[in-house]
Write a protein that binds this ligand. Structure first.
Ligand SMILES: [Zn+2]
Ligand SMILES: [Zn+2]
Length: 61
Protein backbone atom coordinates (compact mmCIF):
# COMPACT_ATOMS: atom_id res chain seq x y z
CA UNK A 1 0.00 0.00 0.00
CA UNK A 2 1.27 3.48 -0.83
CA UNK A 3 2.46 5.59 2.07
CA UNK A 4 1.59 9.16 2.85
CA UNK A 5 3.92 10.54 5.48
CA UNK A 6 2.60 13.32 7.65
CA UNK A 7 3.90 15.48 10.45
CA UNK A 8 1.93 16.62 13.46
CA UNK A 9 2.66 20.06 14.86
CA UNK A 10 2.17 21.34 18.39
CA UNK A 11 -0.88 23.32 17.29
CA UNK A 12 -2.52 20.02 16.38
CA UNK A 13 -2.31 20.49 12.62
CA UNK A 14 -1.24 17.59 10.49
CA UNK A 15 0.61 18.43 7.32
CA UNK A 16 1.16 15.98 4.51
CA UNK A 17 4.79 15.34 3.69
CA UNK A 18 6.41 12.89 1.31
CA UNK A 19 4.28 10.44 -0.62
CA UNK A 20 5.77 7.03 -1.45
CA UNK A 21 4.21 4.87 -4.10
CA UNK A 22 4.34 1.12 -3.48
CA UNK A 23 6.19 -1.30 -5.77
CA UNK A 24 2.95 -2.59 -7.23
CA UNK A 25 2.06 0.85 -8.59
CA UNK A 26 5.54 2.01 -9.44
CA UNK A 27 5.82 3.53 -12.89
CA UNK A 28 2.11 4.23 -13.11
CA UNK A 29 0.08 7.23 -12.08
CA UNK A 30 -2.13 5.06 -9.88
CA UNK A 31 -2.10 5.17 -6.12
CA UNK A 32 -3.76 2.95 -3.56
CA UNK A 33 -6.99 4.11 -1.99
CA UNK A 34 -6.78 4.45 0.89
CA UNK A 35 -3.09 5.08 1.35
CA UNK A 36 -1.31 4.25 4.59
CA UNK A 37 -0.71 7.34 6.74
CA UNK A 38 2.61 7.18 8.57
CA UNK A 39 3.56 9.82 11.13
CA UNK A 40 6.99 11.42 10.98
CA UNK A 41 8.68 12.45 14.23
CA UNK A 42 6.60 15.25 15.69
CA UNK A 43 7.61 18.85 15.19
CA UNK A 44 8.52 20.88 18.25
CA UNK A 45 6.75 23.97 16.99
CA UNK A 46 3.50 25.08 15.42
CA UNK A 47 2.87 24.84 11.72
CA UNK A 48 3.62 27.80 9.51
CA UNK A 49 -0.07 28.73 9.32
CA UNK A 50 -0.27 29.18 13.08
CA UNK A 51 2.92 31.19 13.36
CA UNK A 52 2.65 34.96 13.25
CA UNK A 53 4.99 37.65 12.06
CA UNK A 54 7.09 39.27 14.74
CA UNK A 55 5.13 41.93 16.62
CA UNK A 56 1.78 40.71 15.29
CA UNK A 57 -0.28 38.80 17.83
CA UNK A 58 2.98 37.61 19.27
CA UNK A 59 2.65 35.40 22.33
CA UNK A 60 4.56 36.53 25.37
CA UNK A 61 5.55 34.19 28.14
ZN1 LIG B 1 0.11 1.40 -3.20
ZN1 LIG C 1 -1.27 24.77 12.82
Amino acid sequence: MCIQYYREYTCGCKRQEEFVQCDKRLGSNVRCDPVRPVPLPGALHMCVRHMVQEGKDEMHG
